[in-house]
Design a protein around this ligand. Structure first.
Ligand SMILES: Cc1cc2nc3c(=O)[nH]c(=O)nc-3n(C[C@H](O)[C@H](O)[C@H](O)COP(=O)(O)O)c2cc1C
Length: 243
């Protein structure tokens, strides 16, 4: 949208999310226009993103909702984001679905290099168009793709495998982990709930310098992923925007 000095609150990280949840009204005082963005996990918004966005009350401020998915299926994610923001008093005037490289591209490459130049150009055009828009979106118009993932409340994620012997203890995994479950000193889970609380985003795997964290699916899971993601890799999906 060409703002000179946008306030960027990266809700990937636990500290920022806690700050927003604790001081939602103060945070919003600093905002004229909210652009909310989150990835699609299992056809839904990740719970951590939902919980944080739910804390924000718009008091009539304008908002744009954006969901980013891995070229498979966006499920109910955008619908839920628009619905929640509208219920919380935002005037949601635009929404978009964009494509990002699939987090499980180590297993099956999907949407490699996305968002690419063409996606970014479409996002820029979207931003420029949104500046002219003012009418609230009708929730009935927000697209939904129903499949077994979006219909279910479950989040089935592939959890990384950790090889302590080759870990160089650089602490990078702990820095990038959205759930704050890793020790920056040892590289291990901070406590026994670690594995349960891991959302399988693969940030630690993608940022590990020594390949001590890897995505390793058992043969049955790998086969299932190959089928589902193989299908998703065949056709390039394009961003969708509405206002
Ligand atoms: C647990 C999990 C579930 C996912 N589910 C979907 C999905 O249902 N449909 C889809 O197209 N992409 C799915 N993805 C891929 C992500 O939406 C996509 O890779 C996104 O760009 C990830 O953003 P992030 O790296 O900020 O998490 C999933 C990724 C993860 C980690």
């Amino acid at each position: 949208m060409g703002a000179d000095d946008p306030l960027i609150l990266d809700i990937t990280y636990p500290d920022t999310r806690s700050e927003i949840i604790a001081n939602a009204d103060t945070v919003l005082d600093e905002i004229d226009y909210l652009i909310a963005g989150a990835p699609v996990y299992c056809g839904k918004l990740p719970l951590l993103a939902l919980e944080c966005l739910r804390a924000l009350h718009g008091h009539g401020k304008k908002a744009t909702a954006v969901a980013v998915y891995g070229n498979r299926d966006y499920g109910t994610a955008l619908y839920n984001m628009v619905e929640m923001l509208s219920q919380n008093g935002f005037n949601v005037i635009a929404a978009g679905l964009f494509i990002g490289q699939h987090s499980y591209s180590d297993v099956v490459p999907v949407a490699i290099g996305r968002p690419d130049e063409s996606d970014i150009e479409k996002a820029r055009e979207f931003g420029a168009q949104v500046l002219q828009a003012s009418k609230p979106l009708n929730i009935e118009d927000i697209p939904i793709q129903w499949d077994k993932h979006s219909k279910s409340k479950e989040y089935t994620a592939l959890k990384p495998t950790y090889k302590g012997k080759i870990c160089i203890k650089c602490g990078r995994c702990a820095e990038v982990c959205p759930t704050g479950i890793l020790s920056s000193e040892t590289g291990e889970h901070l406590n026994r709930h670690g594995k349960k609380n891991c959302i399988g985003c693969m940030a630690c795997v993608n940022n590990c310098k020594s390949e001590a964290r890897i995505s390793k699916a058992n043969p049955i899971v790998r086969l299932m992923m190959k089928r589902v993601l193989g299908q998703a890799s065949r056709e390039r999906k394009e961003p969708f925007v509405m206002m």
